[in-house]
Design a protein around this ligand. Sequence first.
Ligand SMILES: Nc1nc2c(c(=O)[nH]1)N[C@H]1C(S)=C(S)[C@@H](COP(=O)(O)O)O[C@H]1N2
Ligand SMILES: [Mo]
Length: 528
Amino acid sequence: MTTDTAATNDTRAKTRTPRAWPWAAFAGIVSAAALLAVAELFAALFARSASPVLAVGSFIVDIVPRPLKELAITLFGETDKIALLVGVGLGAAVAAAVAGVLQYRFRPTGAVLIGIGGVLATVAIITRAGAGALAWLPPVLGTIAGVVVIVFSVARLRRWMTAAKTDDADARATDRRSFLLFTGLTAIGAVVVGVGARVLNATAGSVAAAREALRLPSARTTVTVPEGASWNIPGLSPIITPNADFYRVDTALTVPNVDPTTWRLSIEGMVDTPVELSFDDLVSMGLDEYGVTLTCVSNEVGGNLVGNAIWTGVPIRDVLRMAGVQADADMVLSESVDGYTASTPLSSLTDDNLDAIFAVAMNGEPLPFEHGFPVRMVVPGLYGYVSATKWVTKLTVTRFDRDEAYWTPRGYSAEAPIKMSSRVDTPKIGSPVPAGAVTVAGMAWAQPIGVQKVEVRIDNGDWQQTQLSTPINDQSWVQWKFDWTAEAGTHYIAVRATDKQGNVQIEQSAPIAPDGSSGWQRTLVTVS
Ligand SMILES: Nc1nc2c(c(=O)[nH]1)N[C@H]1C(S)=C(S)[C@@H](COP(=O)(O)O)O[C@H]1N2
Ligand SMILES: [Mo]
């Protein structure tokens, strides 16, 4: 009886074949990991921008339609790029698992699938702006590695599965070990090499050191922040936004690392003589300080995508003058090292009364990497997407009817002056205030004309004047404050600005696309 049962169990164990498909899926994922690791390794060695993960991610950033992009920003906020990378990773892992199963069932379809993935990654890499001549090599070597791994590991899996159906315990054990060793060691190797190479690739230590070591000539003229420019009211934004708090908006999946010693700025297109400047050439033209409030077209009424800094730089008109702009040009297409472009009206860059600059410093330090190191543009009165190109490397003097910028085919206007706006910083929605004396305060901007006055309206009352902080200049925002005697209950506070030409901030609300939001902010305050 006992021996009988034992014998039966033994036979069952012998004939029970392990499931093949999970192992085949695993082999597929390991092949994709090998592909990425080899590509990252060679990218780190000699073609830094040729990372398949980032190239595919950036490619997707550029092709997703605007509503989807806005949804991603709403859902994930500032972590939208991380969410994208995780999404790309999961998608690739599923595809690789499918490739493994296919290779097991219908050889060589899995290898072909891995090959197609590699070709797509290669295309994404070589079509990116700034891709070097050797950029194709890492993904191609990676693809070869991926195909080799899937062919060999699945062949071993097939041998193991065949042996598992036989009585030969030795063969079963050997073939099983052969598959697990090959695939397991490849998996470990891929993770170690891949992660190591990506870290090496991402920490461009030399550029960080170059920024640390950079000594800019001191500015010939400085901006004085007048007494009374910035009240210290809890919840109210300071008049100068610290670099660490400055909003960041760009399409760059990883912040470009640009070495100032090899950086060049070229002025091309409809000019008499093309000009090329090095970083030293630019700063030796003489640096001056400018206070300018930058605003994003994506800023909703009451939003935070606006900040004010003291920028140090060189007027763009002086550089354009060196090149000699031709008479029928009306636009300058500025381009960053990562291929992003902005279209700026030529007149905004040549106007002697408007200081459009190439900025090299922000609030007294070299530009932070996220804000365009080593050189970006800043143009008072124009939304960032049509003027404030970060990591700028080329200006093409052209015409609006000949060229278009990154956002133009994506639903935003080719030209976009900043719409005057005002917002309430305190009290904040959801933070009740006690009845009695309450300071209502916020910010207002009307660059480059300047803010004349800001008014508030409590519930359905009359518009009442607020007090303005002493402005730095007309290109910078101002603070406003209003002493309110608050009565218990809920109240609406509306705010509107008027510029120095007498134009009143428009009441009609507009969405951010195609050329910026408008309307009056109405904020709800609970008084207890
Ligand atoms: N190279 C590059 N420059 C860019 C962008 C970009 O995506 N890439 N975005 C622009 C937009 S939309 C804005 S609002 C400003 C934001 O500048 P900041 O990130 O320094 O605040 O940068 C502009 N310059
Ligand atoms: Mo923007």
